[in-house]
Design a protein around this ligand. Structure first.
Ligand code: PLP
Length: 402
C-alpha cells in the first residue's frame, strides 16, 4: 500500500506547476491543477536506483542501447500491453515532442497538412504552427457518453495529397479518450490507403481505465509500416523533470534518418545516466505502484464527479474519462464565456486549471483539471471551484434583477 494522501510541498523546487504559475496566470499563489505532472512522490525503487548511480563519482557520457534498457522496455510492453517489441525497433530520443517534430520535419514540407484530433494537446498545435505546417482538424465528437471520430470525414482529409501525417494522441489529452481496437483498425486502414504516416503519441498509455486497456499501435506494425509510436516514462512515474523518451517503429528509413540526425544534426550522443537507471527500476519493479496510483486517481475522479453532480450541476458537466489523470470539464451550462470563468477561478477561487482555449483552435467552453494530487488538496480545489461559480451566479442574478 502506498500513501498517496501524503501532502508534499513542491514550492521552491523550481517546479513549473508551483514556481512558474505567473507565466500563464494572473497570480502566482493559486492552488495548481494545471500542467500535467503529478504531485505524488516518484516511486522509491526509482529514487533508490538513481541514488545508487550517484554513489559512483563519475557522471560521464552514457549510452542508452544496452541490454537492460531493451529488456526493461520489452518486459513492460509484454506484461502491460501484450505487445512484443524487438530491440531493433526501439530507439532513444531526448523528448517525445522532439521526435514528433523531427518526424514532421523529415516527412513533410512547409505548408503540408498535419491532421490532429481537436481539442488537442496544446503543444501539438504549437509545434505544427512553429514548424510552418498546416493544422488540419479532425474534431472529436462528444456523443454524451464518449468521444468519437467521424471516420468518413477523417478519410476525406486523408485523401487530400497535401495532408501527410496523422498525429494521433492515444490516450487522448485533454479529453481522456481511449481509441478502441476497432477505431485503430479503421484509422490504420484509411491512412495506409491514402499514404498518410501515423505518429502515435502514447505518453498517457499507463493511465487507462477502459475495459479493453491501452491498445498500442505497436501491435499494428509490420516491416516498414508507416507508423511510429512515441512515448516515455515521464507521466507514468512522475519523472518529467528528467527529459528522455523512446520511440518504436519498424520503418527502417525513418529510424536511420532519425538516428543520423540525433548525432550529426543535433550532436546528441549521450543519455542522462540517471534516466538509464530509472527506466530499469520503473519497468522492472514498479508495476504495483502504477496499479495503485491508477486506483487512487480513479477515486479522485469519482469524488470530482460526485461533487459536481451534487454542488455544481447548474454550471458544469463532467464525465469520468477512460484514461489519463486529467478531466476535460464543460462549463457551457454556466452561460459564461471563458474569460469570465477564468477570471472567477483565478481571482475568486484562487485555483489554476488548464485554460481550454490553449487546447482548441478558437474559443473554448472547457477547462482541464489535473487531479493527480492528494485528496485533501483536491477537496480544497473543488470547494474553491464552487466559490468561483457561486460568485458568477450571484453576479448574474444581480444583473438580471436590475
Ligand atoms: C500528449 C503529450 N505528449 C507529449 C508531452 C510532453 O512530452 P515531452 O516532455 O517528452 O516532450 C505531453 C505532456 O504533457 C503530453 O501530454
Amino acid at each position: 500500500m502506498y500513501n498517496f494522501d501524503e501532502q508534499i510541498d513542491r514550492a521552491g523546487t523550481d517546479c513549473i506547476k508551483y514556481d512558474a504559475m505567473d507565466l500563464i496566470y494572473d497570480h502566482d499563489d493559486l492552488l495548481p491543477f494545471w500542467i500535467a505532472d503529478m504531485d505524488f512522490k516518484t516511486p522509491q525503487p526509482i529514487i533508490e536506483a538513481m541514488k545508487k548511480r550517484l554513489d559512483h563519482p563519475v557522471i560521464g557520457y552514457s549510452k542508452w542501447n544496452t541490454d537492460h534498457f531493451y529488456d526493461a522496455v520489452k518486459h513492460w510492453y509484454q506484461t502491460r500491453f501484450n505487445a512484443k517489441v524487438m530491440n531493433s525497433d526501439v530507439h532513444y530520443a531526448p523528448t517525445v515532442l522532439f521526435t514528433i517534430t523531427e518526424v514532421i520535419r523529415t516527412l513533410t514540407h512547409s505548408g503540408d497538412g498535419i491532421i490532429i484530433n481537436t481539442p488537442s494537446y496544446n503543444n501539438f498545435i504549437n509545434l505544427i504552427e512553429g514548424n510552418k505546417r498546416t493544422i488540419i482538424e479532425a474534431p472529436l465528437i462528444d456523443n454524451g457518453l464518449n468521444y468519437t471520430m467521424d471516420m468518413e470525414y477523417f478519410e476525406s482529409l486523408c485523401k487530400k495529397p497535401e495532408n501527410k501525417i496523422f498525429l494521433l494522441c492515444n490516450p487522448h489529452n485533454p479529453t481522456g479518450k481511449v481509441f478502441t481496437k476497432e477505431e485503430l483498425d479503421t484509422v490504420v486502414e484509411i491512412c495506409a490507403a491514402h499514404d498518410v504516416f501515423i505518429i502515435a503519441d502514447e505518453i498517457h498509455m499507463d493511465f487507462v481505465r477502459h475495459p479493453d486497456g491501452h491498445q498500442t499501435l505497436v501491435n499494428w506494425m509490420k516491416p516498414d509500416s508507416p507508423i511510429i509510436v512515441v512515448t516515455c516514462l515521464g507521466k507514468t512515474f512522475n519523472i518529467s523533470g528528467l527529459p528522455h523518451s523512446f520511440y518504436i517503429t519498424k520503418h527502417r528509413y525513418l529510424t536511420l534518418d532519425l538516428n543520423r540526425k540525433l548525432i550529426s544534426v543535433y550532436g546528441l550522443g549521450s543519455t542522462n545516466p540517471l534516466i538509464n537507471c530509472a527506466v530499469q527500476a520503473a519497468y522492472m519493479e514498479c508495476a504495483d505502484w502504477v496499479d495503485e496510483v491508477n486506483q487512487y486517481i480513479e477515486e479522485n475522479m469519482q469524488m470530482v464527479k460526485q461533487f459536481v453532480d451534487d454542488e455544481l450541476s447548474d454550471a458544469l458537466d463532467v464525465r469520468i474519462p477512460d484514461a489519463t489523470f486529467l478531466m476535460w470539464i464543460d462549463f457551457s451550462k454556466s452561460g459564461h464565456d471563458e474569460q469570465t470563468v477564468q477570471q472567477a477561478l483565478q481571482h475568486i477561487g484562487k485555483i489554476a486549471v488548464g485554460i481550454g482555449s490553449t487546447y482548441e483552435i478558437g474559443e473554448s467552453t472547457h477547462f482541464r483539471l489535473n487531479l493527480a494530487c492528494d485528496r485533501e488538496r483536491l477537496k480544497e480545489g473543488l470547494s474553491r471551484m464552487k466559490q468561483a461559480f457561486d460568485s458568477l451566479s450571484v453576479e448574474a442574478k444581480k444583473v438580471s434583477s436590475k
